[in-house]
Structure formats: C-alpha cells, structure tokens
Write a protein that binds this ligand. Structure first.
Ligand code: 26Q
Length: 798
C-alpha cells in the first residue's frame, strides 16, 4: 500500500483525486463532509499497515496480554489523535495551506464517540492511549452502542435529551470482523445429563466484533478496541415474528444507559453486561486455545481487568466455559479464573454498588446463576469451615437477601482489587470493604488514576506545549520531566509566557461560547469552571448558591464590590435523564445566569454560563482555558476525579475539598498552590455515624446564606414560578446529606483567598506553573505502568 503522506504535493494530489473519484467533485466545490471522509480514509490506510504489523507481531510472540473490559469507552474524536500520533499533521497542514483549507474545521466534522457517561469511560479511553503509546500488548473490550450518551439541549433553562446518532454516516475508523462473531445464549433451562450440565438457551444472539484502532504515539504500534454489536441469528424464538426478533436483539447494543449510578435492576442492562463480557471471554479462550491448546496456562498469558463491576460476569462466564465446555474440574477452573481476573472499584456510593434481584437475574442467565450459586456456596462454606461467625458470612455472601452482589463476586473472583486514588483505596480497605480486606489483604491495592497528557496537553494546548518544549525536549515521552518547570516558577519570563498562553486559551473559549450561546465573557476575568456529570455529591449546587451570595454582595456591599476581581463562572454537566433533582440544579444555574448576566450593576464583574452539551471535544477547549478549577465534592464521595488532573496539567489552580485525587494534588503542589476548604473525609464519616448535622442551625446563624436560601422561593427569580426551586430549598434544610450548608462558609472563605491570590499576579502564575510542573505524576502512562508492573505482570513490546 502506498503512503501518500511523504510530502505535501503527493498528499494533495491524491486527496484531490479521491474527491473526484469518490464524490465526483473538485476540491474547490467539495463539502466539509466529503473532505473529512477522504482524509479519514487516507489516514485509515496508514493505520492499516501498522495495525496489521502489530497484530502479526502480537500473534507471533509468546507474551502476556491485558484485556481491559469496560461497559464504557468515552473516546471522543479520534482524527486529531491519529494524525498527530502518526506524525502526519505537518504534511497535511502544509498541503491544506496551499489550498487555503482549514484542517481544524475538517477535524471538527468528526462526531465524538460518546460511548460512556463520564469519568470511568474516559479513564478507559486514556488507558488505551497509554497502552498503545507505551507499546504494551493490550486491548479494549466493550459494546458498540448504536446510540452513545445523549446530546444535551437547553430549552428554557431545562435539560432536554436528544439521541446521539453518532453512526449515521458510518464510522471511518472501525473494521467489522464478521468472521470472528460468537454466539451468546440467553434464557432457557439447564438439565443435568450424565453428571454434566447441559444448557438449552431460549435464544442465541450473534455478537459481531467491530475493531477500532488505537494508535500509539510515534511508535508504529496500533492496538484494538473491540466493540461488540448484537445481531440476530437465523434461529428465531417461535413467539416472535422476524421484525420483533430483530428489534429485540438490536436493543442489546442499542444504547448506553445514561446513568452513572445504579437505578433499579433492568433486564436489558444485565443482558448488555453479559453480552459483551461473554463475547470477550469466548474470544479470549478461543484465541488462547488456538495458540497454546492448553487452558491451564491462561493466567500466564492473559489478564482481564474488570472496569467496575459492570463486566464482572466474566468471572462466571469463564467458569462456565472451563467447566461445561472444556470439562475442567471446578477447583482447577477456579484457580485459572481467579488468577486471570482483576477488578477495579470506582465508587463507594452505596446506591451505585450493583445488586441484581435474583428473580430478574436467574431467568435471563440460568446457567450463569447456577455457577454464581456454586461460587457462593463454596465461598461461604470456606468461611464457616475457618470459623467465621455466621453474621460475617451473611455480610460477605455473594447472594443474600434475594440479590446478587456484583462487587462481592468481583472481589471473590479476582486476584487483585484496586481503588483509584489513595484516599479512595483507604476508605475501601478500612470502611467499605473492611471485612474483605481482612480476609484477603493481599488483593487490595491502589492505582491512582491518570489522564493521557497527549490528548489533554500536547494536542489540546499547543501553546503550552511550545513553552514546555523550551524546558525539556523529552516531556512528551517522560512527563515527569515537567518538574523542570519548577525552577521557572520564580522567573518573570515564564510567568509572562504562561499568562499569555492562558489569555489566548480563554479568548478562544470565550469566542466559542459567544458563537454558540451569545454570552459575552471578559477574557481577563477569572474563568472559574466546574465541568463534570451533575450529581448531588459533586455539589454544583454549592457553587450556584455561592454565586447568588456574590451577586447579593455586589449589589449591597460597596467594599466587597471594590475588592472583587471580575469572574466568569462556567458550568458544563449532563444529568441522568431520570435524575429529577440534578435537572432542577441545571434549571437553577440557568436561572441565575439569566438574572445576573442582564444586570448592568454587576455584569462587568460577574457572568455565569452553562455550556450546552459538555463532552470530550468541548472539554478539550475548556481545560486549557481555566484559571480556577472547582473540585468541591463532599469529602469521601469522589473516588478520584480526573477532570481535576486535566485542569491542573493546563495550569489551573484547584479550589477543592480533600477528596479523591485532590488529596494527592495537594501533596504534590503544597498548600500554597491549592485552595483547600471543607470537612475532611473523617469528619464527614463521623457525622454520618452520629446522625448527620442540623442544617437549620447553619441557616439561622448565617445571615448571608439564609438570604440566598430564602431567595430560592421568595420570588427573587422573576421569570420562574415561586415554587420552581422549593424542592431544592427543602432538601437543603431538611436532609442536607452532602453538607452543602455546613461547608458553605468554608467554601466562601476559600473563594476570598482565591480572589486575593489572583490579584497577586506573581503569586498566581507561580502557583499555576507549579501545578503544571507537578502534573506529570497524573499522566496515565504512570498509572498504566503501575498496573502493568504491579497487577498485570506484562511487558511492553520492543
Ligand atoms: C451501573 C448500573 C446500572 C446503570 C448504570 C451503572 C453505572 C454506570 C456508570 C454506574 C457507574 C458508572 C460510572 C461511574 C464513574 O464514572 N465513576 C467515576 O470513575 C472515575 C474514574 O475512576 C473517578 O475518577 C470518579 O471519581 C468516579 O466517580
């Protein structure tokens, strides 16, 4: 296959010729869509060559591989990443310059692959990037959702969801591998014949893999994200007609659940979980047998990382294959399984821990249910035999009170259980999973999350990258080199460079916001940003209440006003479609924005924007444009956070609680370079143990806060019904589970400190530089290296 990217002329002539052949059009008349597709196709061909070579090499050598199983991969756009990592950007840009074409505009045509909700899905995408860029043998395994996370519109201040039809024009990067399709059984019954379980499913579903290339950075490596698509077979159950059958099957890979916390158990969700877990496991076992013809060596060659409990049925499915299909005895099958699987926990919120009611689970997956019962029976028997009290056994059981506890299955069936930040792992070990940690202390370990510095710094912030190049010629390959910037923090020159970079990125974001939403922001104001999923524990509401407080003060207190640095408060957040309270908070933020942005008394000093449809691509322009990064979750609730790392890497100062990875950020940058406030995780937990606190006391004792809360329901917002925010005020005053009122005063003071710090330009940019300099630790390359060395026991290819 020829490479058309050798120089700009060769590239351009092929580019034009393809437009003519494929779309019967000349370059000057071609649409963005046509140009995008031709470019994508040409880049794909370069990828194909490296991809094939990587596959052949992986096939030939005798080594261990990791399979990262995740229900979500929030990949965002791939074109920029692919062009940059392959080193094609220069050639394309030169060619396009000759024709006055804008590469950025063409890149922007690609729709985000939004196959994830938030942190967990984006983490999986960053991990794949690091695996490929460091040359580790590893693959992703997930679902090819027909519809990804919904597109958000804001209408009259309310969130409205639109389907994310991301595949409507096809997807240039994927390759359908029909030859590798597998069958996934559902329903039916099990009979025991000659001592063997024989499973007679109701229906079999075709799982057809689509592979998406994951291109390593300048290393020739291309690994794969395998996404499974559900398709009908020709054996249709008698009670459905062909159309009903087709529709029913396609629903399995139909859409991503837009919820990042568990609601009640849904049959479709469990089918999705089993569908991609079983397809992935079958694929692995088949490949391993073809290569080694011996399943006892599986754990020497394969490790399966289970991303939260969503894929934890791999444990039962692997047991099913080993015991039923390969007739390996239970004990040996269990040894193989538990030495192959490793589990990552991402949450300690009780409501997010997956529990499946037995009466839903069993009919859908009868054989898998039997296997889990047997795992549970042996596990409980082992505990009782070792004299654990019945009470403990009941607490730890995988099946109890009519539900299957997926986290318990994942812990019992894995050789490693990790949390995603130091504090989170501590809480898992000492509080949430305390008894399991006592039982299996060797399983528990921490792997603090990371983000790929290629996407989140190199690609999204070329201005900052150019500054970093002046300090190190190797930071892209060794992000710890960013530390060299520490000594520049005290130089005028570098502070000025960072200031200029920030201003440029803020201007660019302000332009986008103006173009899309017509709201004008002053780029010299503090860009104070909170972007993340909308959740009560993340406390966007506290941020909103504080803005109301600021507005009131600006209106009533001349000293305050004289002292106030202009602020632009920017929010971006999707709320799960069924999460009523979260949607109310979106409405509140928009209502505040509407009121304050129009007020001539204050709007030179205070602006509020809720950006529509916050997603990965939007994040790429938001992260670099931030001065103050809001990481304000109730301590102990945010497992890690990863947005906090993206902001830090781009030079923002964090205002935050000692929660998740904020704790590690604070340790790295030191107390002078972060603005901390609020209850600690121990304080939060001790309040829970002692029955919470009295929000009404805070309300009565804090005059300014009381005014804000009253304003929620006293007609202060002229254009909404007085009752619109009643539920918010009721919740705050009656059951403030997330300590919004209790932390408010401390948060308010933290903002005052941030305000003062910003006024001291020297101190501010010094802090900004220290944050960038220390952010190398949060590269997902570090995280993946730790997984590889401490859990997976795999090595990079040469
Ligand atoms: C489960 C069952 C049914 C429906 C939905 C779900 C579900 C889906 C997604 C439950 C949880 C999630 C996602 C969780 C998540 O994103 N957690 C975040 O993971 C990040 C990466 O480790 C952390 O940084 C965040 O702190 C954590 O909130």
């Amino acid at each position: 296959m020829s490479n058309y990217f050798t120089d700009e002329y060769t590239f351009l002539s092929e580019f034009k010729s393809r437009l003519e052949r494929r779309y019967i059009i000349e370059l000057k008349d071609a649409s963005i869509r046509q140009k995008y597709h031709v470019l994508g196709e040409m880049v794909s061909e370069v990828i194909a060559k490296n991809w094939l070579e990587t596959n052949l090499e992986l096939h030939d050598i005798d080594h261990k591989e990791v399979y990262y199983f995740s229900m979500e991969f929030l990949m965002g756009r791939l074109i920029t990443n692919n062009i940059m990592n392959l080193g094609l950007r220069d050639t394309i840009e030169k060619a396009f310059a000759m024709e006055d074409l804008d590469l950025n505009a063409i890149e922007h045509y690609e729709s985000d692959a939004g196959l994830g909700n938030g942190g967990l899905g984006r983490l999986a995408a960053c991990f794949l990037d690091s695996i490929a860029s460091m040359g580790y043998p590893g693959f992703g395994n997930g679902i090819r959702y027909r519809y990804g996370l919904f597109e958000q519109k804001i209408e009259d201040g309310y969130q409205v969801e639109k389907p994310d039809d991301w595949l409507k024009e096809g997807y240039v990067w994927e390759v359908r591998k029909e030859e590798e399709a597998v069958l996934i059984p559902f329903g039916g019954y099990v009979s025991f014949e000659d001592g063997n379980a024989v499973y007679y499913p109701d229906e079999q579903i075709h799982a057809v893999p689509y592979d998406v290339p994951v291109v390593g950075n300048h290393n020739g490596m291309v690994t794969s994200l395998r996404l499974w698509n559900a398709e009908p077979t020709d054996k249709r159950p008698p009670h459905l007609n062909a159309f009903e059958y087709d529709t029913e099957i396609r629903r399995i890979s139909g859409f991503l659940y837009p919820d990042d916390a568990t609601r009640e158990g849904k049959v479709l969700r469990i089918k999705q979980q089993y569908f991609f877990s079983a397809a992935g496991v079958q694929n692995i076992v088949r490949k391993h047998m073809a290569k080694y013809n011996d399943l006892s060596t599986l754990p020497d060659k394969i490790v399966i990382q289970i991303n939260d409990t969503h894929p934890s049925l791999v444990i039962a499915e692997l047991m099913r294959l080993l015991v039923d299909d390969y007739h390996i005895d239970w004990e040996q099958a269990w040894t193989i399984t538990t030495n192959t699987c490793a589990y990552t926990n991402h949450t300690i919120l009780a409501e997010a821990l997956e529990k499946w009611p037995v009466d839903i689970f069993e009919p859908v997956l009868p054989r898998i249910y039997q296997i889990i019962e047997e795992i549970n029976r042996r596990f409980c028997k082992g505990l009782l035999d070792s004299n654990y009290p019945q009470e403990t056994v009941t607490k730890l059981a995988i099946i109890a009170d009519g539900v299957v506890k997926m986290a318990h299955l994942a812990i019992v069936g894995s050789f490693s259980v990790n949390g995603v930040a130091a504090l989170h792992t501590d809480i898992l070990k000492n509080i949430e999973m305390r008894d399991f940690n006592t039982l299996y202390p060797e399983k528990f370990n921490n792997k603090t999350n990371g983000i790929t510095h290629r996407r989140w710094l190199l690609h999204s912030n070329p201005e900052l990258s150019a500054i970093l190049d002046m300090v190190s010629d190797n930071w892209v390959y060794d992000p710890m080199e960013l530390q060299k910037l520490v000594k520049k923090a005290t130089t005028k020159k570098y502070r000025a460079l960072i200031k200029k970079m920030k201003l440029a990125k803020k201007k660019a974001l302000a332009e986008r916001i103006y173009d899309e939403q017509g709201i004008e922001l002053d780029p010299s104001s503090i860009f104070d940003i909170q972007v993340k999923r909308l959740h009560e524990y993340k406390r966007q509401l506290m941020n909103a209440l504080h803005i109301m407080y600021v507005y009131n003060k600006l209106k009533s207190d001349a000293d305050f006003k004289a002292n106030y640095v202009p602020h632009s408060f920017i929010f971006g957040a999707k709320a799960a479609s069924g999460y009523y309270f979260a949607k109310k908070v979106i409405k509140l933020i928009n209502t505040i924005a509407h009121k304050v942005n129009q007020d001539p008394d204050t709007n030179e000093l205070l602006k509020v924007v809720f950006v529509e449809n916050y997603n990965v691509t939007y994040a790429e322009s938001i992260m670099p444009a931030c001065d103050l990064s809001e990481q304000i979750s109730t301590a102990s609730k945010e497992a890690s956070g990863t947005g906090n790392m993206k902001f830090m890497m781009n030079g923002a100062i964090t205002i935050g609680t000692l929660d998740g990875a904020n704790v590690e950020i604070a340790e790295l940058v030191g107390e002078d370079n972060i603005v901390l406030f609020g209850l600690t995780s121990d304080e939060v937990n001790s309040r829970y143990e002692n029955g919470g606190y009295q929000p009404l006391d805070v309300y009565h004792n804090h005059v300014d806060l009381r005014l804000v809360i009253d304003q929620l329901t006293n007609g202060f917002f002229e254009d909404v019904d007085k009752e619109e925010f009643r539920e918010i005020s009721d919740r705050l005053l009656q059951q403030d589970h997330y300590f919004v009122l209790e932390d408010f005063e401390s948060y308010r003071q933290a903002h005052e400190r941030a305000n003062e710090l910003y006024k001291d330009e020297e101190a501010w940019f010094k802090a900004s530089i220290i944050n960038i300099a220390k952010s190398g630790y949060f590269s997902s390359d570090r995280t993946i290296r730790q997984y590889a060395e401490e859990i997976w026991n795999i090595e990079p290819l040469k």
